[in-house]
Design a protein around this ligand. Structure first.
Ligand code: ZN
Ligand code: ZN
Length: 210
C-alpha cells in the first residue's frame, strides 16, 4: 500500500524540543515525583538519586542542571506530571478526603479537614450526626472553629460541649436543623426552626450511595 501525505494537510511538525533526548527521557524513564509545597518537588530517579526541583524557577539539584545549566529531565517530568493531573501545580497540595480517603488537590494554604466533592457539605445538604444517627439539614458551614465558638447557654465552646469532645476541636462549626423539629403534621412550624451547631467532623453527608 502506498501512502501519500496530502499537500493540503501537512503532517504536524514536532517542535525541536520534543525531539531531544532529554525530552524523551523525561517522558519515558521511571521517576517518582513528590510535591513538597512552596513550588518544590522531590524527584526520585530510576538510578535512586533524589533531586529537588523548583519548578517556577526551572531549577534542579541534578548535575545536568547545576553544571550544564540545561532544563533537565527532572524539571520536564514535574511539568509533565502536573499537565497530566498526577501531581498538584505550585500553590496546591494533594490531600486525602477526611471521610473516604480519596485524593484531592487543594490550595496549600487551605485549612483542613478536606473533603472530596461527594463528602463536602453546603447549606441544604442532608447529614447524619455520627453520635446519634439523627438526620439534619445543613443551614450554615462557618469559617469559625469549634474551639472558638462559645455556646452561651452551656458556658463552653462547641468543641468542649458534651460528646463533641470526641471530635477534633480545630474544625469548622456547622449549623443544622433537625428534620422532625422543622416539620409538624400541619406543615412547617417556624418557631421550631432551632439551629444546632456541631463540629464539622461529627457530621457525615448523606449521599446517594449511603
Ligand atoms: Zn534535574
Ligand atoms: Zn470523600
Amino acid at each position: 500500500m502506498k501512502t501519500t501525505a496530502s499537500p493540503k494537510a501537512p503532517l504536524p511538525v514536532p517542535s525541536p524540543d520534543h525531539l531531544t533526548e532529554r525530552s524523551r527521557r523525561a517522558r519515558t524513564e521511571p521517576m517518582s515525583v513528590r510535591p513538597l509545597g512552596d513550588g518544590l518537588y522531590e524527584v526520585e530517579s530510576a538510578s535512586d538519586h533524589t533531586y529537588l526541583v523548583d519548578l517556577e524557577a526551572g531549577r534542579c539539584t541534578c548535575p545536568d542542571h547545576v553544571f550544564r545549566g540545561v532544563r533537565c529531565k527532572h524539571v520536564r517530568r514535574v511539568a509533565i506530571e502536573i499537565t497530566g493531573g498526577r501531581t498538584p501545580p505550585p500553590g496546591e497540595i494533594a490531600v486525602a478526603c477526611h471521610d473516604c480517603d480519596e485524593p484531592i488537590v487543594v490550595d496549600e494554604d487551605a485549612a483542613g479537614p478536606y473533603y472530596c466533592a461527594e463528602h463536602a457539605i453546603a447549606p441544604g445538604d442532608v447529614v447524619v450526626d455520627r453520635e446519634t444517627g439523627d438526620r439534619l439539614t445543613v443551614v450554615d458551614v462557618s469559617e469559625l472553629r469549634a474551639d472558638a465558638v462559645e455556646l452561651e447557654a452551656a458556658g463552653c465552646t462547641v468543641a468542649e460541649y458534651g460528646t463533641n469532645e470526641a471530635y477534633e476541636p480545630d474544625v469548622p462549626v456547622v449549623g443544622a436543623v433537625y428534620h422532625h423539629a422543622t416539620v409538624a403534621s400541619n406543615g412547617v412550624v417556624p418557631a421550631s426552626l432551632k439551629v444546632y451547631v456541631f463540629p464539622r467532623t461529627r457530621l457525615r453527608r448523606v449521599t446517594d450511595s449511603a
